[in-house]
Design a protein around this ligand. Structure first.
Ligand code: SF4
Length: 217
């Protein structure tokens, strides 16, 4: 795929989703960190329902660091994997107070030193809490649609991210994953992509392979 095709994909997605932004509601970096930990294997909608109540009751990092683990587990139960998530949130907040002066750090290395924080979570925080284009968030939508479009052939998120970083202009890294997530919810739905109605059909490797749209590839 040429650079001009990639730029056209971005331009069209920007036109379709001009207000694209992080789907996890938050007012500061530590709230986004907690919401992102909760978002593993869970929808943004469910996480937002849970955090609305959670952040109304627990108003600081210390409130989470000092939380009774059993109670915190109950509070995040409906997001799934609640034992791991509650334990990681509590440990994270203890470490934020102990090692980072109660601030969420803004480097990949420091963020990924926190429990339950991998490269994907760190990219969410760096991009959406700090506006730093350090990497590209590769979630299930980004993984699936990048392959369908022909932007990568990889299945491993770290390798996919590397491929995307080679072809997507750095200034677009944060928004690009928001665009694909929104496109994955609206049109390129898992297991039933609506290719005939897709604004990217002529630029999509998958659609062109099944003869939908006029190929420009
Ligand atoms: S053309 Fe089909 S497979 Fe390609 S991005 Fe659009 S919906 Fe997804």
């Amino acid at each position: 795929m040429t650079k001009s095709h990639v730029l056209t994909i971005i331009k069209r997605l920007r036109g379709e989703f001009p207000d694209a932004t992080c789907g996890l509601l938050h007012e500061n970096p530590w709230q986004l960190l907690i919401a992102t930990i909760l978002s593993a294997q869970c929808t943004d909608k469910r996480v937002n329902e849970v955090t609305k109540k959670l952040f109304a009751e627990r108003k600081s990092i210390a409130d989470f660091a000092n939380a009774d683990l059993g109670k915190l587990e109950q509070e995040v139960h409906s997001t799934g994997f609640y034992r791991n998530k509650a334990a990681n949130i509590k440990k994270c907040c203890i470490l934020l107070l102990k090692n980072f002066d109660g601030q969420v750090p803004n480097t990949m290395k420091k963020l990924t030193s926190l429990p339950g924080v991998g490269r994907k979570t760190a990219n969410v925080i760096l991009g959406n809490a700090f506006g730093l284009n350090v990497g590209i968030v590769v979630d299930t939508h980004v993984k699936r649609i990048s392959n369908l479009l022909g932007l990568t052939k990889e299945k491993n998120p770290v390798k996919i991210e590397r491929n995307l970083m080679e072809v997507i202009p750095r200034t677009e890294w944060i928004l690009f994953s928001h665009y694909l997530i929104l496109h994955g919810r609206k049109t390129c739905i898992a297991r039933r992509p609506n290719c005939p109605e897709c604004l990217l059909a002529d630029l999509c490797l998958y659609a062109c392979s099944i003869n939908i749209g006029r190929s420009q590839l």
